[in-house]
Design a protein around this ligand. Sequence first.
Ligand code: SF4
Ligand code: SF4
Length: 183
Amino acid sequence: MIVKRKSLSWWEQIYLPAIIGGLKVTLRHFFARKVTMQYPEEKWVVPEGYRGAPYLVRDQQGNTKCVSCQLCEFVCPPKAIKIIPPGPDGAAADRPNAEKIPKEFDINMLRCIFCGYCQEVCPEEAIFLMKDYSLTGLSRQEMIYNKEKLLALGGVHNDHIQKWKHKLEEAKEQRTFPLNEHE
Ligand code: SF4
Ligand code: SF4
């Protein structure tokens, strides 16, 4: 099927109406309020509750809260988390009565989709999605954040429960798990 092209009038052939129409749009936007941000000099103010990159946190005594339960590793949809639990010769505990500090804890930020499942599932409130949304690196390896980096970025989280602080006293009170009488 051949569609006949509509012939232009003399007024249309000189393109003036189209040019004037285009200039009107340009002028209207020229004087309108600007919405473009000069990123990265100007930073976007992240709203409350925004879910950015997940980091590990310490409690107010500086103790690592993660106990290597690996729930977050299990639920993470893109398999971005890799945890190596301490094992018999694992990482030294940085608090009394705790022996399950992860030996290694990596998050591949290239895989992470900021879904928040790790935060939801964590029984220790040890991992939180913070407000970082712009993560950059010069190599893939650089985008795999290790335990030290995750803890440094996560900072301190005010822990109101602090169950580890009272764990030994509570254990002694629990007759279901009799302790060595000589202790
Ligand atoms: S936010 Fe989601 S994708 Fe990212 S590490 Fe946590 S569970 Fe995995
Ligand atoms: S961050 Fe939380 S869920 Fe993940 S291993 Fe540590 S304690 Fe378990």
